[in-house]
Structure formats: structure tokens, C-alpha cells
Design a protein around this ligand. Structure first.
Ligand code: ATP
Ligand code: MN
Length: 440
């Protein structure tokens, strides 16, 4: 049964102007009331920046100070490496060579849909378990060198994170990967690789095309379903097997990143990483001026990186992803490049709970891109984010992808973010109240 958040629900849509809603408490989703508060104060900042005013705003960074908008240069991996797609190049190869310094793909890039179609329909030639991950993942080989990263379905859409599970012991959800790709695209970030859903025949599309130790982990369950558990450090045993119905299995297929021969990635420790320990706290939870430490340390002291961390915090808060321990960038682009949104498997776990600590970077630094604020305002005052995402997810073969309460949670969370930004703006205008309003 879903946890319906009986301990202290809040009506975020009725929060008073200037008051940050929530505090990590649970909230019941309900059909959002028409927005009575249109955040005209924040809209004013957006409009004045578009007219070239409010240029030195300390909270909302205007487009002409944002390298993601300015993009004095935006070379692609193909250009950097002097590589052209071969004549018979797959859509994936073309896509990979077009990955640019400031985004994975351009707005409206037709290769994305082509790639989703390929991964959802092309024949599967070979399957093997991905080494090194904590939870089971498979590498899928298609014809023409195309590869995808597969995460299996374990539970129905309405099963939420187990109440006694920490974020680090939560199961990964295939539908969270699919939904997060669509959400990232809708928010205009384009920092998540394309992901699509597909139903596999476990016999012909996994068992028959794999080899090695994984084969020894297949079995038929008491309910007569075909199951396997693979080998990994978390949930790879008979008690946590992945089972088909009876041998059909849903999963998410993420387009493969370019190999490290072509585009090496740098792995960064996330400054607001959680402790990954059941009793210990992280530095950012203890130190009130933690953001000052981060924002004066390279690469967070200049360029786009800090703004990307803010975007990631907003993206993760909307989707409820508490598992952002590291993030990656493409080495060839140096520090002035976007942060990849990889590994969203633990998002969309708690539909009735808004985890405010995920917003800690934004709450502690009081910084946001003009373009990100503008898009949040657009959803709040126009077509709600839940509706846009619901429509987008209809394109996936496994639709419905998200349980309805997860969609409704998005509109509630947009409001919480807007309230947080408003608080920041008010604080910046009346600095004496800083101490009183500090959240963490
Ligand atoms: N689309 C992709 N193509 C190729 N490699 C990928 C892709 N997505 C993720 N990876 C790589 O696989 C690694 C593991 O993926 P992911 O983080 O989803 O698994 P995980 O088991 O949750 O790992 P961890 O426990 O370290 O978080 C990532 O750190 C990344 O380097
Ligand atoms: Mn992970």
C-alpha cells in the first residue's frame, strides 16, 4: 500500500506569499487550485532582465551573464575529435558525435526520436551484465554497434520507496529513468541521455543471447514466472530476483554515452552529496555558510558550473531524487560545459513527500538561472508541468510511465521552488533579515 503521508499534510497552493512552504513534511497531492499568486514579483525580474535591466541581480542570473546562453563557442564531440559519422552510421553514432559543449542535443533534434525508436524496436543481439554498478544493469547490443543501458522493472508503478529504506538502499526504478529523461527535456536542460521503455521476452531477448555467470542465476519462481538476479553488490540474490510475467519483462533503455576512447568523462563529487551513512551527516548539513565555501572554490567560482548545480538541485527536487552523489562532465570541454544528468533510477519514489533537503543548494546559495526561473513561472502560470510531462510520456511504449500522484507532485513542487526563490529575492533586498530566514 502506498504511504499516503498521514503525518502532517500541507496545502502548498495556499501558502502565503513570501513564505517557503514545507520543511520536509508530507503533503497530499490534490488537483492544484488555479494559481491565485502568479509570482508577479518574480515575473517582473524576468521581464526587466529581458529588457537589459536588473543586470546585477544577485539571485537571478541574467541571460547575458550565463555561459549556457551566451555560448561563445559550442563545438561538438565530432568537431573536437575531427570525426564524421560514417556513411552507414547508426542514429546513436550520429547523436554521440553531435553532443556539444553546452548540451547533449539541440532543442527539437530529430535524432532523439529516431534513437528512442531504434532502442524500442531493433532486434537485440547480445546482453551482458554491466560490471561495477551497485544494482543490476544490463548492456544491450543492437545491430550496427548500437548499445543501451537496461534497468529492469521490479515493482508496479504505485509502489513507493519503502518507509524504512534510506535513499541509498532504495531500489532503482526503470520508469524513473524514462520519466526523468522526459522531465529533463521539458525543463530545457537537455543533459540526460534519451531513455525509452520496452517489454522484453526474457527467454529470447535475454537468456538466449547472454553467457557467463548470469545464466546460472535464472530460475522459475513458485508462481511459475521466469526470474534472474545476476551478480552485483545490492539486491542480486534469490530474494530480490527480477521476475517476468511469466517471461515478459519491462525495462528502461538508455542510449549509451560515447565510449571513453572518443569522449572521456570526468567524475566529480557532488558538493551537496549526502553522507551515505545511516547516522552521519554531511558537511553541508552542519555548516551554515557551506555555500560560501563552495562558491569560492574552482570550478564553482566562475562560469556556468554553480548554475548547473542549481539546475540539478531543481531537477532532483522535482523528481524526488536523493541519490546525486557524483556527477560527470565530458573532459574535452574543460570546466565550461554542462553537467550530465546520469542515474535517475531512484527518482519518483515518494509521491506524497516533498524532500526539501534536495533543494539545499538553491536554499543555501540563493542562485538561479534566469531561464530556469522563467520556465518554472511558465508552468505555474500556464500549462502545468504535470500536464506537459503526462503528454510527453504518452509517446513512450510503456505509457503510463508515472503513477498519477507523482505527476501531481510536480506542480506542488514547482510552487515550493518559486516560494524559495521569492524568499531569496526578499532576503537579498533586506539583508538584515538573513539570519532569521536561514533554512539550514
Ligand atoms: N547511458 C549510459 N551509457 C553509458 N554509461 C552509462 C550510462 N549511464 C550511466 N552510465 C555509467 O554507468 C555508471 C553506473 O550507472 P548508474 O549510476 O545508473 O548505476 P548505479 O548502479 O546506480 O551506480 P552507482 O551505485 O554508482 O550510483 C555511471 O556512473 C556511468 O558512468
Ligand atoms: Mn545510482
Amino acid at each position: 500500500m502506498p504511504n499516503n503521508g498521514s503525518n502532517g499534510s500541507r496545502e502548498y497552493e495556499q501558502s502565503a506569499p513570501g513564505e517557503t512552504s514545507g520543511g520536509g513534511t508530507d503533503a497530499e497531492p490534490r488537483t492544484p487550485a488555479p494559481p491565485t499568486d502568479r509570482y508577479e514579483d518574480l515575473q517582473k525580474i524576468i521581464f526587466s532582465q529581458l529588457q537589459g535591466k536588473s543586470e546585477d541581480h544577485t539571485v537571478v542570473i541574467p541571460p547575458h551573464r550565463d555561459l549556457n546562453i551566451l555560448r561563445p563557442e559550442n563545438p561538438t564531440i565530432g568537431e573536437m575529435e575531427d570525426l564524421e559519422p560514417s556513411i552507414n552510421a547508426s542514429n546513436l553514432e550520429r547523436f554521440q558525435l553531435k553532443i556539444a559543449q553546452h548540451e547533449l542535443y539541440e532543442d527539437g533534434e530529430p535524432l532523439v526520436d529516431e534513437l528512442l525508436k531504434d532502442m524500442a524496436t531493433n532486434s537485440i543481439l547480445h546482453v551482458e551484465q554491466k560490471e561495477g554498478g551497485t544494482q543490476l544493469k544490463l548492456i544491450i547490443d543492437y545491430p550496427n554497434g548500437v548499445q543501451a543501458l537496461f534497468k529492469p522493472m521490479r515493482f508496479a508503478r504505485d509502489v513507493q520507496t519503502l518507509p524504512n529504506h534510506f535513499y541509498f538502499s532504495d531500489y532503482e526504478r526503470h520508469n524513473a529513468e524514462i520519466a526523468a529523461f522526459h522531465l529533463d527535456r521539458i525543463l530545457g536542460f537537455r543533459r540526460a541521455m534519451p531513455v525509452v521503455g520496452r517489454v522484453l521476452n526474457m527467454t529470447t531477448e535475454i537468456y538466449d543471447v547472454t553467457e557467463g555467470d548470469i545464466l546460472k542465476t535464472f530460475f522459475v519462481s513458485p508462481a511459475n514466472n521466469f526470474c534472474f538476479h545476476g551478480k552485483c553488490s545490492y539486491y542480486c540474490d534469490t530474494g530480490h530476483a527480477i521476475c517476468g510475467n511469466p517471461d515478459m519483462l519491462e525495462g528502461s533503455f538508455a542510449a549509451f554515452l560515447p565510449s571513453s576512447d572518443i569522449a572521456e568523462r570526468k567524475v566529480w563529487r557532488h558538493p551537496w552529496r549526502r553522507s551515505y551513512h545511516k547516522r552521519r551527516k554531511a558537511q553541508w548539513e552542519l555548516q551554515s555558510d557551506y555555500c560560501d565555501t563552495v562558491r569560492t572554490t574552482p570550478p564553482y567560482d566562475s562560469g556556468r558550473r554553480m548554475l548547473d548545480i542549481m539546475d540539478m538541485s531543481i531537477f532532483d527536487f522535482l523528481s524526488g531524487n536523493m541519490d546525486r552523489h557524483h556527477y560527470e562532465t565530458f573532459k574535452m570541454f574543460g570546466n565550461e560545459t554542462f553537467t550530465l544528468h546520469l542515474d535517475q533510477g531512484r527518482a519518483f519514489g515518494k509521491a506524497f513527500h516533498d524532500e526539501l533537503s534536495i533543494l539545499a543548494p538553491l536554499l543555501q546559495c540563493c542562485l538561479v538561472r534566469h531561464t530556469t526561473l522563467a520556465i518554472l513561472l511558465k508552468f505555474h502560470n500556464g500549462v502545468p508541468l504535470s500536464k506537459v510531462l503526462r503528454e510527453s510520456l504518452k509517446l513512450d511504449p510503456l505509457n503510463p510511465i508515472l503513477w498519477e500522484p507523482h505527476l501531481l507532485a510536480l506542480d506542488r513542487r514547482v510552487l515550493i521552488i518559486l516560494d524559495a526563490i521569492r524568499n531569496c529575492v526578499n532576503k537579498a533586498e533586506t539583508p538584515l533579515q538573513n539570519e532569521v530566514n536561514d533554512f539550514v
